[in-house]
Ligand binder design. Structure first.
Ligand SMILES: Nc1ncnc2c1ncn2[C@@H]1O[C@H](COP(=O)(O)OP(=O)(O)O)[C@@H](O)[C@H]1O
Ligand SMILES: [Mg+2]
Length: 262
């Protein structure tokens, strides 16, 4: 596997090629990013382009640095060099709170982060804890309840009664209370039964198509992730080895052999 991955790394796509995948209305850009944890660099001269209301899926082996990309965008890593920009404005060293509040970047955790003893409604309102006006959080929560009756039907019950799929829906919805324009979603299908996996991708698809959210997703289930996303980057050892439209990558024999079990 390791040798195959290095072969694939041979002709890494440059920034021009990546930019061509996101030609309109650039929303978020990463320029030559070197970032990691402590003194250890995980990402090496990493570039990324994503247009407004486009979805990008990061796939690749465990430990490749996929979550580290989301962490870097949100502000959980050490950035040694390079820039992150939203609509042309540099945000590299903003705190996560500033990113959520002023540039609308929300991070949806990989780990289960629902508070089991709080009600569904209280969990939802937690998403707006950072907002200056609490009535806005109530309004957003109300919109979410209008949209998802699975949550509305249980709004006054403790979140621990929710099924796995409903919990994931609550985790995603909680981020929406802040009305973000960019959603960073780490492995939304992990630990879910197949029928809930479908539901989660339908929700993400709706957020992209009807609410024009820009979505960057990490997905271990490469097939699902690439079927959902407009474009995909295959990450190997902190660098993009292959990039293309979701459909191109699904048909790429190297991607198939390495990540789709084909
Ligand atoms: N908080 C952390 N502190 C130190 N090293 C980390 C931390 N999180 C991840 N790493 C390391 O960074 C590398 C990339 O991890 P990660 O981005 O989580 O990979 P992926 O999401 O692609 O599986 C791994 O070697 C991992 O051990
Ligand atoms: Mg990860």
């Amino acid at each position: 596997m390791a040798t195959d991955q290095y072969e694939v790394l041979g002709d890494s796509p440059g920034p021009e090629e990546l930019e061509n995948l996101s030609p309109n209305d650039l929303h978020l850009r990463i320029k030559k990013l070197n970032a990691g944890y402590g003194k250890m660099a995980i990402l090496h001269d990493f570039d990324l382009f994503v247009s407004k209301a486009q979805s990008l899926c990061l796939v690749g082996p465990n430990g490749a640095g996929k979550s580290t990309i989301l962490h870097s965008i949100y502000g959980f890593t050490n950035i040694f060099s390079g820039q992150i920009e939203i609509e042309g404005k540099e945000i590299t060293s903003m705190t996560p709170a500033e990113k959520l509040k002023s540039v609308g970047i929300a991070y949806i955790l990989q780990d289960n982060s629902v508070f089991p003893d709080m009600t569904v409604e209280e969990n939802l309102l937690m998403g707006g804890y950072i907002k200056d006006k609490t009535e806005e959080s109530y309004e957003e929560a109300e919109k979410i309840f209008e949209k998802y009756d699975r949550l509305r039907n249980r709004r006054n019950q403790a979140a621990k009664v929710l099924s796995g799929g409903e919990r994931r829906l609550l985790e995603i919805s909680r981020a929406l209370v802040m009305k973000p324009s960019v959603l960073l979603v780490d492995e939304p299908s992990i630990g879910l039964e197949p029928r809930y996996i479908e539901m989660v991708f339908e929700i993400l698809n709706d957020l992209q198509k009807s609410e024009k959210k820009t979505i960057i997703i990490v997905e271990q289930n490469a097939k699902k992730g690439l079927e959902f996303a407009d474009i995909g980057y295959v990450l190997v050892s902190g660098q993009t080895a292959i990039a293309g439209s979701g459909d191109e990558l699904l048909e790429n024999p190297d991607v198939g052999r390495l990540f789709l079990g084909g």
